[in-house]
Write a protein that binds this ligand. Sequence first.
Ligand SMILES: Cc1c2[nH]c(c1CCC(=O)O)Cc1[nH]c(c(CCC(=O)O)c1C)Cc1[nH]c(c(CCC(=O)O)c1C)Cc1[nH]c(c(CCC(=O)O)c1C)C2
Length: 381
Amino acid sequence: MVEATAQSLTGNDFPPLKNDLILRAARGERTERAPVWVMRQAGRYLPEFRKVREKHAFFDICQTPALATEITLQPIRRYAGLLDAAIIFSDILVIPQAMGMIVEMPEGKGPTFPHPLADPEDLSRLKHPVNVDQELGYVFDAITMTRKELKGEVPLIGFCGSPWTLMAYMIQGGGSRGGFHSAKRWIFQYPTASKELLSRITTICVDFLIGQVRAGAQLVQVFDSWASELSPHDFQEFSLPYLCIIAHRVKSGLSEVGMEPVPMILFAKGANYALEELAITGGYDVLGLDWCIDPLVARHLVGDSVALQGNIDPDILYGGKEAIQREVKRMCASFRSNTTDGPKGWIANLGHGITPGVSTEDMGHFLSCVHKYSRQGDEVV
Ligand SMILES: Cc1c2[nH]c(c1CCC(=O)O)Cc1[nH]c(c(CCC(=O)O)c1C)Cc1[nH]c(c(CCC(=O)O)c1C)Cc1[nH]c(c(CCC(=O)O)c1C)C2
């Protein structure tokens, strides 16, 4: 059992980093090959995860730094040398919990809120303001412990959910399967209360991400997984402004405490129409793409101002080895603009999270194909 805590370890005590490929790509640099990691890489498709999960409740794992560390490291060990980043094992729904909501995670059922927010009066049920160190200090401890245990093999990514995506769960009370009709009703019927809630969540996201970086996270990602539920107009009104505030305040907050900024990644699924604007005003270093946009088109929209992450359709991992190889080749050609130069400002990933039924072997094959076909000097078509 490792006994480090965020208090006992300063940044300087962490082991030196051996693989900075993702940090260079996030800064927009040309790299010898594309760094690769996979959203939800530490999760249910891994038998070693399921084994731990049989014995522990989901949020007990999140709240026990040694278990969160162990699961974060599982894919790094299994795919030794193939993954270029680890992502801390946690969940976006720890923020609603910190605000006082009960969130349950029955196995195989996804998140459940027994008492979702029904109408604006329910905002008074929420803790406000939230002391992030007190409520979410366990995530900081898990990050510090994981960073140490990673021994500098790859950088560690911290994360949070976006204000809109979190609000959607808090009102809907369950996962995406049932849609987000109640949450959508709020933005139309109670726009002012919706914005009050979004502002409160934004403040927590800022403190939470700053705390994660202070604890040892070397990049951070904001997941706006359900941006796809909003029209372009409503994304402008109920998501984008809060996403921008997060990026700008995290950067200024870090500089106030004398820390270097870390690359910030935004994954706003289904908001490809906003890529150009996000690249100009968003404040993020990397924009994640879902699979519904051609990388060449995305690059054309954002120019050279940001790095891109993504974006193969996660279901390709069900298509067998040949299809995986063919589609990775295609993705590489598109992100590399069909040149033999190494990729520039590109982090390879899926266009959303890996799903539980993928075989561990096919995941490994995907990673190997990215290594093979994103390499500088190689033919790309
Ligand atoms: C980054 C992350 C998340 N969850 C988990 C991680 C761990 C790190 C990783 O491996 O990526 C573990 C993580 N989170 C969960 C699991 C499975 C839980 C179990 O064991 O029962 C795991 C391994 C539970 C969970 N938590 C959530 C869902 C989705 C439900 C829906 O469809 O609306 C689910 C199924 C909410 C959630 N959680 C997260 C997102 C954003 C990413 C995405 O869009 O996939 C979202 C939307 C983020």
